[in-house]
Design a protein around this ligand. Structure first.
Ligand SMILES: C[S@@+](CC[C@H](N)C(=O)[O-])C[C@H]1O[C@@H](n2cnc3c(N)ncnc32)[C@H](O)[C@@H]1O
Length: 287
């Protein structure tokens, strides 16, 4: 039977992100990939998270970044030695227990590949299956009910191949957006915040990403647009956010998705989101 990697090449099967991340955009890739441009020079993604759009597009040249140091260490680890990473995940699988989970959670290794394995192990076995740090940047989620550390559709070799074509930066978004030149594509998916808070989901994010950051982002994207950069950004569908982008001549499109991040069923509801574009037609064929 051909390896998963070969099957992927033969069938143009898309790589699934190996992490689940708060605000992840797997749903966007599934339903709205036609909004992404068909052609562009470099791909720049300043809020990488699990990289749903990055791994979907498999860009030839990219600059990707995030302010989460564990996440960036993980991507660098996979890029440099995915075989060692896989071996470490096998060990985590063998040792997986309450004791092992909490030992791994409390210790942050210096070695980048061990750090990558730690992040993936915790992401896959923690409560609710989503890696999320507290306001001090610490991961303190208890063990969850899932016990699979290695998954059937894991393809770290392919992830490493795609990551080798990218510069990976632990940086603030503005630095990356300011690098974009005419013909480049910026995909920006920040934590969602609105000017007037309406619920707990937003309150948590507000501490991580303030309204001032939203204004800074809109200005950086407007500067990029003026340089001829192609922009696709997502955000909360809220008047305060609309105002930031309407005044700079961006096209706004309303989209919906079902959020299942919250553990409380009462707070599972539809969130209306906004896609902010320089070209409303996108151009990519749906796959
Ligand atoms: C909504 S998530 C991105 C999710 C991603 N699109 C996906 O599909 O998984 C937002 C990310 O922005 C990062 N972030 C927060 N503040 C940032 C900043 N000032 N600059 C760059 N990244 C930041 C967070 O660490 C988080 O990973």
């Amino acid at each position: 039977m051909p390896s998963l990697n070969n099957r992927r090449k033969e069938t143009a099967l898309r790589l699934t992100p190996f992490l689940k991340w708060a605000g992840g955009k797997r749903w966007f890739v599934k339903n709205y990939s036609h909004l992404l441009p068909e052609t562009f020079n470099r791909y720049i993604e300043p809020f990488l998270g699990a990289g749903s759009v990055f791994f979907y597009l498999e860009p030839k040249r990219a600059i990707i970044g995030d302010t989460n140091p564990d996440l960036i260490a993980a991507y660098k680890g996979i890029k440099n030695d995915w075989r060692y990473l896989q071996q470490l995940l096998r060990t985590h699988q063998r040792k997986h227990s309450d004791l092992h989970y909490y030992e791994v959670r409390e210790s942050i290794p210096d070695d980048p590949i061990e750090r990558a394995a730690r992040l993936i192990y915790l992401n896959r076995t923690c409560f609710n299956g989503i890696y999320r740090v507290n306001l001090n940047g610490e991961f303190n989620v208890p063990r969850g009910s899932k016990n699979d550390v290695l998954l059937a559709d894991d393809d770290f070799e392919a992830a490493a191949r795609i990551l080798r074509r990218a510069h990976i930066r632990n940086a603030d978004f503005e630095e990356l957006i300011d690098l974009a030149e005419e013909g480049d594509l910026v995909f920006a998916d920040p934590p969602y915040t609105v000017r007037h808070n309406i619920n707990g989901f937003v309150k948590y994010n507000e501490k991580l990403f303030s309204w001032n950051d939203q204004e800074r982002l809109a200005k950086a994207l407007a500067r990029a647009k003026a340089r001829g950069v192609k922009v696709v950004a997502t955000n909360a569908d809220h008047n305060s956010v609309r105002e930031l982008y309407e005044e700079n001549g961006f096209h706004l499109l309303e989209v919906s998705r079902f959020s299942s991040i919250s553990a409380k069923s009462s707070s599972r509801k539809r969130f209306d989101e906004l896609v902010i574009l320089t070209n409303p037609k996108g151009g990519r064929k749906l796959t």
